[in-house]
Design a protein around this ligand. Structure first.
Ligand code: PBG
Length: 333
């Protein structure tokens, strides 16, 4: 469809920008608390809230404090909270067995939220990196990240999260074949309504740095993730990954990082018409916060503008560390 523009002065584009009321009337996209998924970091202990220095405003919380945060998020109208564990380095091993321990931090937090905060959905992360001695998302054998054995472990991790009560499983590992293997296992074990949001188009990105600090994986990581995460130069490959994961049983798909990959979001939404999400990752958050703290940009306005960009690009929702701040701002005007 070609937009119609009569010649000036029949058309004056500024007419529809002249007042807040007229601008509101013609606004094409909206951002609401319904669009938000809030990623949080879980640590051990009780009554603990510990700042993450590379992510100003973000805390690692013990399970009791995560429950409080989940209740606050629910009251703000945020539909989903997404858990990432900060694992005690002593529990990191080569076999990553802590990943499917029913009593690990992520599973304990899931159960506590499901018991105490009905009404908010819990999303969990499937990948071995928080538990792996070398910081990789899959097993490493002779310096190579191996695929199929990693998938078997990821399936065990998925089932332990489903048993703890996770509503949304978020595989962020980028191994091949994992969505199908998880879906078959979930069906076989009676978890028919557990949804999968696949990190389908996840790029090997420099913007994950602060997250790796937050989960304590920076020191551990040997090498890079380029043999499993995508090359930032590629687009068509993202569409193939999305199609594959949908065919294997993903309910929703994600593009990650967010703002540097808005073109991918748009192509995914236009190409498949499925629930499409973007992850505004730690580095994107840290950049906005750092500039705001220096007085170089208006942090609140930049936050809102950055999130509206995802809606404009076709996303149904955004994983963002800004979730409670933006929900509060949207509520209070
Ligand atoms: C790893 C994982 C990462 C993020 C989410 N899950 C980092 C990585 O792939 O190294 C990044 C999130 C962020 O930067 O906010 N499974």
């Amino acid at each position: 469809m070609k937009p119609t523009v009569a010649p000036f002065p029949l058309t004056r584009m500024r007419r529809t920008r002249q007042s807040p009321a007229i601008r509101a009337l013609v606004r094409e996209n909206t951002l609401t608390s319904d669009d938000l998924i809030w990623p949080v970091f879980v640590r051990d202990g009780e009554g603990m809230e510990e700042p993450v220095s590379s992510m100003p405003g973000v805390l690692r919380r013990s399970v009791d404090k995560i429950v409080e945060a989940a209740a606050e998020a629910r009251d703000l109208g945020i539909p989903v909270i997404c858990l990432f564990p900060y694992t005690d380095p002593a529990l990191k091993t080569e076999d990553c067995a802590e990943a499917w321990n029913p009593e690990n931090l992520s599973n304990r937090a899931t159960r506590a939220i499901k018991e105490q905060v009905p009404g908010i959905a819990v999303m969990t992360d499937v990948a071995l990196d928080p538990y792996n001695i070398n910081g990789h998302d899959g097993f490493v054998e002779d310096g190579v990240i191996v695929n199929d054995r990693s998938v078997d472990a990821l399936v065990k991790q998925t089932l332990s999260q489903a048993e703890a009560g996770a509503d949304i499983i978020g595989p962020s590992d980028m191994m091949d074949g994992r969505i199908g293997a998880m879906r078959r296992a979930l069906e076989a074990e009676g978890h028919k309504n557990v949804t999968i949001m696949s990190y389908a188009a996840k790029y090997a990105s420099a913007f994950y740095g602060p997250f790796r600090d937050a989960v304590g994986a920076s020191g551990a990581l040997k090498g890079d993730k380029k043999t499993y995460q995508m090359d930032p130069a590629n687009t068509d490959e993202a569409l193939r990954l999305i199609e594959r994961d949908l065919n294997e049983g993903a309910d929703m798909v994600m593009v990650k990082p967010g703002m540097p990959y808005l073109d991918i979001c748009r192509r995914v939404k236009d190409g498949f018409g499925v629930p499409t999400f973007a992850y505004q990752v730690s580095g994107e958050y840290a950049m906005i916060q750092a500039a705001a703290q220096n007085g170089w940009i208006d942090g609140e306005k930049a936050m809102l503008e950055s999130l509206m960009a995802f809606k404009r690009a076709g996303c149904d929702g955004i994983l963002t560390y800004f979730a409670p701040a933006v929900a509060r701002l949207l509520r209070d005007g």
